[in-house]
Design a protein around this ligand. Structure first.
Ligand SMILES: [Cu+2]
Length: 92
């Protein structure tokens, strides 16, 4: 490999690493239904926090606020809530 090609490769690698480091975060707000007692909110929060790529989740009354990687899809969050026994809709 010639030096110039090598430098181009290193440059491309550095760019892709940089892109990873800058991978965006997004906040998703959900309305959670079916939470009927004081234990429900922490259960919903734990379910959300278990989703791969979720950085933090907060649940207050019937609302959940999730901070997650760009690659986390709304449906992943809804599925987690459903898995915990509730239902959820994304609030835009
Ligand atoms: Cu409950």
């Amino acid at each position: 490999m010639q030096k110039q090609q090598w430098m181009a490769l290193v440059g491309a690698l550095a760019l892709s690493l940089n892109a990873t480091a800058w991978a965006g975060e997004r906040t998703v707000n959900l309305k959670v239904d079916g939470m009927s007692c004081a234990m429900c909110a922490p259960a919903a929060r734990k379910a959300l926090e278990k989703v791969n790529g979720v950085k933090s989740a907060k649940v207050e009354s019937d609302r959940a606020m999730v901070v997650a990687d760009d690659k986390v899809q709304d449906v992943d969050l809804v599925k987690a809530i459903v898995g915990a026994g509730f239902s959820a809709t994304v609030v835009h």
